[in-house]
Write a protein that binds this ligand. Structure first.
Ligand SMILES: *Cc1c(COP(=O)(O)O)cnc(C)c1O
Length: 375
């Protein structure tokens, strides 16, 4: 089945006999047993719930995994993932990373005895591997600098050392990029972003390629308990139905805006992977089928950055991304505020950098909005 069809129809499993087109929101915390030693397949909603299972089956098929698990947020999914590791284990990651992932690694996982090295090239990642390394955790394109990492090159390195490859696929989604097909073992999503797509629900997902890893993650999820509620599961499933059309339009508008930004005097750099002069453009063409709707850009000075944030009217100054409403973010003060200043600045996340998540408003209105905010 084609991706668009899978988005709309999701999992074909039926959970009731009414002919309902949409899987209902099963609000039951628990499920009655037909007889002793028998189960309907559902026992208790922390372990599994029909509405959540429907979402998980849908996302697993979109990513080409053997199973998926839905969590209460992207960070809940990442914390559950870290439970795969034990004291003394080491993980190699990339130095441009979602701020919350970095904070989790440094403030929580480190305290639990897991250590991290942050590299900034594929070669750097290979060089950082130690005897106690268990996994490589990457995000591509990266947040907020939009750097592209060659997933196939990373998985090749990982295979030589028997390491797991985990890819945060939040920015491009399986519509544009399928890390499991490129050799990754686990895909992570903040379902809050493009999968949900409407800025109205938080969610996280882990998708595994291999049944053993899926079973391990499933045990962690039901044991630690940060699973997604039936209502949020319904919202994310509903969002996914329009994933393909939303992303096509968001990408088209993002290309138009990125091109316009490159022509503006007050803009000194535009980081959009769809621009042919972007350093990651060629790798993106190789490993992805599109460029998505995220742009970051640098303005001439801090004053202009603040002016844009305060004067946009259609675009809203808010954290998050991937929804139908366009949002502009100030990474230095928002997503990456908890990163030590020298780390942050060395990554280019300075007071002049803005990140734009292009929504579904018209390109004309968005450009007019940016224009008036800059003047
Ligand atoms: C938002 C985000 C997360 C965290 O997800 P939440 O749903 O906010 O917990 C992780 N990775 C990336 C790339 C994100 O954008």
């Amino acid at each position: 089945m084609d991706f668009e069809t899978l988005c709309v129809h999701g999992s074909s499993k039926k959970y009731d006999t009414t002919g309902a087109i949409c899987v209902p929101i099963f609000t039951s915390a628990t499920f009655a047993h037909p007889s002793v030693g028998e189960s309907t397949g559902f026992d208790y909603s922390r372990t599994q719930n029909p509405t959540r299972e429907n979402l998980e089956h849908t996302v697993a098929s979109l990513e080409g995994g053997c199973g998926a698990i839905a969590f209460s947020s992207g960070m809940a999914a990442t914390s559950a993932l870290m439970e795969l590791f034990s004291i003394g284990n080491h993980v190699v990651s990339f130095d441009d990373l979602y701020g919350g992932s970095y904070r989790l690694f440094e403030q929580i996982s480190a305290k639990n005895g897991i250590s991290f090295t942050y590299a900034n090239t594929a070669e750097g990642i290979a060089a950082a591997i130690k005897p106690n390394t268990k996994a490589i955790f990457i995000e591509t394109p990266t947040n907020p600098m939009m750097q592209v990492i060659d997933i196939a090159a990373i998985t090749k390195t990982a295979q030589q050392h028997g390491l797991l490859v985990i890819v945060d696929n939040t920015f491009l989604t399986p519509y544009f990029q399928k890390p499991l097909e490129l050799g990754a073992d686990i895909v992570l999503h903040s379902g809050t972003k493009y999968l949900g797509g409407h800025n109205d629900a938080l969610a996280g997902l882990l998708v595994a390629k291999d049944p053993n890893i899926y079973e391990q993650l499933k045990t962690i999820a039901k044991t630690t308990g940060a699973i997604l509620s039936p209502f949020e599961s319904y919202l994310i499933t509903r969002g996914i139905k329009t994933l393909a059309v939303r992303l096509e339009r968001q990408q088209e508008t993002a290309k138009t805006i990125a091109n316009w930004l490159t022509e503006q005097k007050k803009i000194t750099a535009v980081h959009y992977i769809g621009l042919p002069n972007h350093a990651g453009h060629e790798i993106t063409r190789k490993q992805s089928s599109g460029y998505g709707g995220m742009i970051s850009f640098t303005v001439c000075d801090e004053k202009t950055a603040i002016k844009i944030l305060e004067q946009v009217k259609v675009i809203q100054y808010a954290e998050s991304l991937g929804g139908v409403e366009s949002l502009i973010t100030y990474p230095a003060l928002q997503t990456h505020a908890d990163m030590p200043e020298n780390e942050r600045l060395s990554r280019g996340i300075n007071e002049k950098l803005l990140r734009l998540s292009v929504g579904l408003e018209s390109a004309t209105d968005l450009i007019a909005d940016l224009k008036q905010a800059m003047e």
